[in-house]
Design a protein around this ligand. Structure first.
Ligand code: HSE
Length: 431
């Protein structure tokens, strides 16, 4: 039985869980699925801290070259994160004939075209199941299980931290800051949590899903991204009363001859399955021509669930290597019916809007007058609080409007004397 040698760079949270799983499951992999895996080197800047796994000290190194240049190593597992030097390490490993497993969504979203092209050129693979939805096997499902399908949309709750915060605000009526503090304590958040709460992490993951479903690697700069930091507990409560939940959704969908790719807080009907996805859970809801509508659901962050995906990739690659197979990561041709990316300005939706206005006669008339000038029609208005000459929230739902027109109208409304804080507008999506 040929032994497949593994080299790991990044012995942090996920890395140490991967090592532990490989140790624990080694006999199972060997006896039940006939694979002999050997972890040959582990590299990290810090090799002295205690981890929840014991390894032979001779495996540890601070020098990444010892992994990349080791001709015995078949698979590089990159779990260090960041763009540089992770990109250089992966590039070198591919050039030296190694396959790669990574969880590095930011790297693949940014440098994917170059890295995937190099991998294809060298007939090597980059597997990245852990980059989206941690242990949810969404990448494998899209690449293999749904390979015969054409997709029309993806709706994803792809960031566990944001979903945890929104759920906490909804269930405990706590502030955004309290929710974030707890998410950080639980270890879900990125080192820089603005990546989570400003929607960037979701966008990185959406880029990978869009590539698999539509054959296009959309650059981050072309994605409309809005985070959740301006959502207040009152928005969540008003939304609930209106029959909705607020979720940070990552959306890619075909609209006429174009593709819309966007990440933003969204009101979705309470009865939709995605509404009940709470806490750190992720869900990906895809619509396809043959298999229909499918929901993938599970813990979207956490060291063990991410490690489960990394080990699954290692096993997959090991089987390929042993069988002498090369299965390109992306074998999809771009969907020819998609001619262009649609800009957010073209986007049309119903909206929930919260104005923070001084409670005095005539304010509502001025707001609705400006909306009317842009042809924007109001579906409902709620003003619950009554605080004469003080600031109160006025909540509106508007009928379908063009994003561009709504933004122009809101910027005029926000300049009114009676408006004391930038208005909040959240898109309503009929998923
Ligand atoms: N910070 C990420 C999240 C971790 O909260 O979803 C998993 O990618």
């Amino acid at each position: 039985m040929r032994t497949i040698n593994l080299g790991l760079i990044g012995f942090g949270n996920v890395g140490s869980a991967v090592v532990r799983i490989l140790q624990e499951k080694k006999p199972y992999f060997c006896s039940n699925i006939g694979l002999q895996l050997n972890l040959r080197k582990i590299c990290d800047k810090n090799i002295s801290s205690k981890r929840n796994v014991t390894v032979n000290k001779s495996l540890l190194t601070r020098d990444a070259a010892k992994v990349i240049n080791d001709p015995q190593i078949d698979i590089l597992i990159e779990l260090m994160g960041g763009i540089h030097p992770a990109k250089e390490y992966i590039t070198e490993a591919l050039k030296k004939g190694k396959d790669v497993v990574t969880a590095n969504k930011a790297l693949l979203a940014q440098e994917g075209p170059e890295l995937f092209a190099l991998a294809a050129d060298r007939r090597k693979n980059i597997y990245f199941e852990a980059a989206v939805g941690a242990g949810i096997p969404i990448i494998k499902a899209l690449r293999e299980g749904l390979v015969a399908n054409k997709f029309s949309s993806i709706y994803g709750i792809l960031n566990g931290t944001s979903n945890f915060i929104l759920s906490k605000m909804s269930s405990d009526n706590c502030s955004f800051a309290q929710g974030l503090k707890e998410a950080k304590l639980k270890g879900f958040a990125e080192r820089d949590p603005s990546l989570d709460i400003e929607g960037i992490d979701s966008a990185h993951k959406l880029i990978l899903l869009t590539y698999l479903c539509f054959g296009r690697l959309v650059p981050l700069k072309d994605i409309f991204i809005e985070g959740i930091s301006r959502i207040s507990p009152s928005d969540i409560n008003y939304a609930k009363e209106l029959g909705f939940q607020i979720k940070l959704l990552a959306i890619a969908k075909k609209e006429y001859d174009g593709l819309e790719v966007r990440v933003h807080p969204t009101l979705i009907p309470k009865k939709h399955l995605l509404s009940s996805v709470g806490g750190v859970f992720n869900a990906i809801y895809v619509s396809s021509d043959l298999a229909g509508e499918i929901l993938f659901y599970g813990p979207g962050a956490g060291q063990v669930s991410a490690a489960s995906a990394v080990v699954a990739d290692v096993v997959d690659l090991t089987r390929d290597i042993k069988a002498g197979l090369f299965r390109p990561t992306f074998n999809l041709l771009p969907d020819k019916s998609i001619k262009r990316l649609r800009s957010i300005d073209e986007f049309e939706s119903r909206y929930y809007i919260r104005f923070n206005a001084v409670d005095k006669p005539g304010v509502l008339a001025r707001i609705s007058g400006i909306l009317g000038k842009f042809g924007i029609s109001i579906a409902s208005v709620t003003q619950k609080e009554r605080r004469k000459s003080r600031v109160v929230p006025i909540v509106m739902v508007i009928h379908e409007a063009k994003e561009k027109e709504l933004r122009t109208a809101l910027s005029m409304i926000d300049r009114l004397d009676a408006i004391k804080e930038k208005s909040v507008a959240i898109r309503i999506e009929d998923v």
